[in-house]
Design a protein around this ligand. Structure first.
Ligand code: SAH
Length: 464
């Protein structure tokens, strides 16, 4: 792993001075940074070529002396001549960290790109390697936060004593602060100068509610790519006290939760049942009864082959609040990966989510009639029995020429595609890539883009 050669810190400059040597545009750029702080900013130069008039700085038209560095916190040198070299030497003797603009070997420190929402500051540094990238990252972060982030931080700070007095429980206190910093009402109140009043109103409400009741959110994590998580899922993962997740949810998604939330893996990968469904039901009920906010994170969509029905029944019976957050289900991620319109005018008037696992003869007869009527089938949990399912469907009258498309690891970087016909799938032996798979069956499949797919058999269909 690459290691940082610099250590990001926030350097105290209040009550001290920041000194800049030089009078040109480079000096001006550093002066602009320096005046974001409350430090006195002194600029030493013979000539001031740049226009410093808009900035609250003191221009000193003489050379820098050792005594000028007595209360200096930082020195910037924009003069690359003899005066600059002298200033660097003086700084070295005085132990003041120095930075010669754009001369990394003469720098004790670098200035990161800064997102300034005082008292909150976010510094982005590339150690000088990619300033353009650092600025791009900065622009994104700027767009992410309200301009009132700083005011909000100030408000949270001002509420500290009162909060400690009214709410003794640590978790309840954290919840108050979370509500404070995410409340649209507080943000709006800050604009009209009513921030403090609104913060107190919110505090009273929280103090009355006490620790509050627990809740369980059944959250769909999508097929595995972090950016297919919904914004709501992401927000609730940040709020949860405990994250109870399935094996199929990739670690990167589980990591998106609040850092100090407890994480409990309840297994349920194929052939790896570490918790029974009954144990999971008991677990989430118990956690919610302890007053916790529980994120029950499931792959794809929680309502599609996610045993959500049993968990919801247990929560209802126990009288626990719950909410469902939808996710991108595997079949639809597979449809996106392969540009397959699962419904298609004049070809397929519907889409069937079905599981091949444990399907009996009646199920198969049903699906076969649906497939014969033109609907697209999306089969879950069927990879290991794909060939058998295909022959069973043929036995129930599905034509051998009906297209089949299979997506392993849909929605992920390591996806693998297979395409062919029912007949080929029934006849052939195919060594699929590792990972969960969706099997599409139906004429609409041929309208997708399966150019990257491995042929299930020689009669692999091609899109006209
Ligand atoms: N709730 C999930 C389904 C869980 S059942 C959802 O909505 O997607 C587990 C089955 O889902 C697997 O056997 C497989 O058929 C399918 N599956 C889950 N993730 C998948 C993925 N990334 N790619 C393909 N299929 C997947």
């Amino acid at each position: 792993m690459a290691r940082l050669n610099t250590f990001p810190v926030s350097f105290k400059v209040a009550g001290r001075s920041i000194i800049i040597v030089g009078g040109d545009d480079e000096a001006l750029a550093k002066a602009r940074l320096a005046v974001k702080t409350s430090a006195r900013v002194l600029i030493f130069a013979d000539v001031f070529e740049a226009d410093f008039s808009a900035l609250d700085v003191t221009l000193v038209s003489r050379r820098l002396e050792a005594r000028d560095l007595a209360d200096a916190a930082l020195l910037f040198v924009a003069d690359h001549g003899l005066e600059g070299a002298r200033a660097l030497e003086l700084a070295r003797q005085a132990g003041v960290p120095a930075n010669e603009v754009d001369v990394p070997e003469n720098c004790d420190f670098f200035t990161p790109a800064i997102v300034d929402r005082a008292p909150i500051s976010i510094a982005i540094s590339s150690e000088g390697a990619a300033p353009v990238l650092a600025r791009l990252v900065r622009a994104r972060i700027e767009a992410m936060f309200s301009p009132r982030l700083g005011a909000l931080a100030g408000l949270a700070g001002a509420m500290r004593d009162k909060v400690a007095e009214l709410i003794s429980d640590g978790t309840a206190r954290r919840r108050y602060y979370e509500a404070l910093v995410t409340s649209p009402a507080v943000d709006a109140a800050l604009v009209s100068g009513q921030g403090e009043a609104e913060a107190h109103r919110l505090l009273d409400a929280h103090a009355k509610a006490g620790q509050g009741a627990g809740v369980v959110w059944l959250i769909g994590a999508g097929p595995g790519a972090e950016d297919l998580l919904t914004l709501r899922a992401q927000r609730l993962l940040q709020e949860a006290d405990v994250i109870v997740h399935d094996q199929l949810v990739p670690p990167a998604v589980v990591e998106m939760g609040r850092r100090d939330a407890d994480r409990i893996s309840v297994g349920k990968a194929k052939g790896h049942h570490s918790f029974s469904q009954a144990q999971i039901n008991t677990l989430i009920v118990r956690l919610a009864r302890e007053g916790k906010k529980v994120a029950r994170l499931k792959s794809g969509d929680p309502m599609v082959f996610g045993r959500a029905g049993e968990e919801i029944a247990a929560l209802r019976k126990a009288g626990i609040d719950y909410a469902i957050v939808p996710g991108v289900t595997a079949a639809l991620a597979a449809a996106a990966d392969t540009a397959t319109p699962v419904t298609l005018r004049k070809v397929s008037s519907g889409f069937v989510f079905a599981t091949a696992h444990g399907a009996d003869n009646t199920d198969l007869a049903h699906w076969a009639s649906l497939a014969r009527s033109g609907l697209t089938l999306g089969l879950y949990m069927g990879k290991s029995i794909a060939g058998q399912v295909a022959s069973d469907l043929m036995a129930h009258g599905v034509a051998a020429t009906v297209p089949v498309g299979i997506v392993v690891n849909a929605g992920r970087a390591d996806k693998a595609l297979y395409a062919g016909t029912i007949g080929a799938l029934a006849a052939g032996e195919i060594a699929f890539a590792d990972g969960p798979a969706i099997i599409f069956i139906g004429h609409a499949v041929a309208a997708g883009d399966w150019a990257q797919a491995e042929a299930i058999a020689p009669e692999h269909f091609r899109v006209a």
